[in-house]
Design a protein around this ligand. Sequence first.
Ligand SMILES: Cc1cc2nc3c(=O)[nH]c(=O)nc-3n(C[C@H](O)[C@H](O)[C@H](O)COP(=O)(O)OP(=O)(O)OC[C@H]3O[C@@H](n4cnc5c(N)ncnc54)[C@H](O)[C@@H]3O)c2cc1C
Length: 660
Amino acid sequence: MATRQVSCGLYKTSPPWGGDQFLDGPQILFTTHLSNAFQTLKSHNPKSHKLCTVRKNPSFTAVLQSYIRNRRFNTSSTPKPNIIVTPFEASHVSTTVTCAKKIGVQLKIRSGGHDYEGISYVSDVSFIILDMFNLRNVDVDIKDETAWVQAGATIGELYYSIWEKSKVHGYPAGVCPTVAVGGHLSGGGYGNMLRKYGLSVDHIVDAQVVDVQGRVFDRAAMGEDLFWAIRGGGGASFGVILAYKIQLVPVPPIVTIFHVEKFLDQNMTEAVFHYQEVRQKIDNDLFIRVLLQPTTKDKTRTVRATFIGMFLGDSNRLLSITTPEFPELGLQKPDCKEMSWIDSVLYWANFDNTTSPNVLLNRTPDSVNFLKRKSDYVKTPIPKTGLESLWKAMVDIGKVGLVFNSYGGRMNEIPESETPFPHRAGNIFKIQYSVNWNEEDVASDKDYIDQIRNLYSFMTPFVSSNPRESFLNYRDLDIGTTDNGKNSFSQGKVCGEKYFKGNFDRLVKIKTTVDPDNFFRNEQMAQLPGLNTLGIALVRFDYAPWGVAPLHVHPRATEIITALEGSIQVGFVTSNPDNKLISKVLQKGDVFVFPMGLVHFQRNVGYGNAVSISAVNSQNPGIVIVASSVFGSVPGIDDDILAKAFQVDKSTVDRLKAQF
Ligand SMILES: Cc1cc2nc3c(=O)[nH]c(=O)nc-3n(C[C@H](O)[C@H](O)[C@H](O)COP(=O)(O)OP(=O)(O)OC[C@H]3O[C@@H](n4cnc5c(N)ncnc54)[C@H](O)[C@@H]3O)c2cc1C
């Protein structure tokens, strides 16, 4: 394998996953670093040739799309990663992190791709996806009642593996089997055993994480702060979760599920109203979800409530609880279905009762929609008049549905600060706002997103306030984002307090300690101000003979470069109308300055290696690589515009574009 040290930019290399090819700046830097780093791994791991998929690879689109679970982020205008790295072992993850950090490229970590805002596979800056789907081993130790589960495993695979070993053990996590452990557990994780056992994160006993320096830590090595943070604070802000060790919980041999539908003329308002009261007194074995959906009945628009229940026991005991305590539900024996816990998993995932648990090993959902979700918490019962106004609002607004998930039980007993997830005692239920659509146009996106925002706004008087709480796993960028710039703390606080309440400050301190340069940055995490404002960035370049740092611009910084080894030609072009090239060959010890915002380059003009070091007077200098900006923009600039700008014909433009 031919690999060479290079600087940034257009450069020819032979990465281990393909033949010679020209790539754009971040791709080449990353692939070169990776190819060096993976050289040794290749001989050890026969699958290394599948480690990276670059844009030109014929399988790129398939690999990218295989874990996109929201069609809003699967359009031609959705920003695409430069490379998708699909590690097979921890060392591949470490190498990816250290390489990405070295060249300063944004890394997006994806396990199951269910993030509602697509932030595991979309970014508005140049980025790379670290896709964990190959790391999906589940190792259940029934004697110990624990399991190690890798981040890329789905919760369906986890449930299946537990069931293979025991019919009386389970794990409290979500109801959608294709959600993956990496995002689900690190964001909290709840399901239909919430009232009995709390959240998924309440049953994590150990973890393996790759930190910003590429080191693999378990709980003892990472320390209790980081271990606390990755149990509900969102893994992607702190490192890469490789695996969690979970504590299994007991489930009875027979559980009971039910499904009761009600319309307005069937006592629906009364039933929903009393649903809010019963969670205080009702048995922890019972969880009830209410789906509220605008629909048409007898040619009239109305709202339907569907009560779906999960009871950890048989139907006689269930009825002995609901009949006296929740008579408005009107639950009858024929509504109840007794089954094993694993069959209840299938039921909640909408499979019929003839389906084999093997279906839980299927990682691909039947369909993927355009969708938007939001969340809220309700702490005081919504009065009947409020519910009636809600039904009207839902009908008027159109398509948005609501899901109420009952709280109480074990959730009341766990202190808010036990994990970063703070929504514990005092909540009656959580609301998920939900709208799906299939129309593929911008107007529909806007219409449905406006609808869900309108219903959210309507609900303001009925839900938590100061802060208006939200569930991290129901990612919602409407509630606040950060640009990771100098105001990241105040920006991140806006959404951070909604997701984490009083735990936000501790999370930010941990974040700033474990990742001081904010390498694991994302759209919604903050950093502490003051610890990261030195206003200077340093970069070292290693050049192969005749290696080039191609034409580029730093829009926010002046660069001072010092040659450490070899002979390096440097140059910049002054602004219009002079366009004067100022160029020089630097020898060891020589210094040169590239003024802010001017196009410049470096080239090793010797036959040996060369090294330089540059300082830029900004932490966030930005880099615009001229050739890839002009010929590799997404979507592409019209051929006509480029042909006129460069005074060449369109076929030449197409040839150039094909290089990016
Ligand atoms: C159909 C559907 C049903 C759902 N049902 C439930 C439910 O019942 N209960 C519930 O609690 N939630 C539910 N969710 C929400 C779901 O739990 C979150 O979206 C979760 O974050 C998805 O995890 P993922 O790994 O599949 O997604 P990804 O999109 O891969 O990841 C989500 C987030 O976690 C980060 N991340 C992923 N892997 C890692 C890793 N290895 N290390 C560090 N960071 C990582 C990503 O960067 C991203 O920020 C549902 C979502 C969908 C789409």
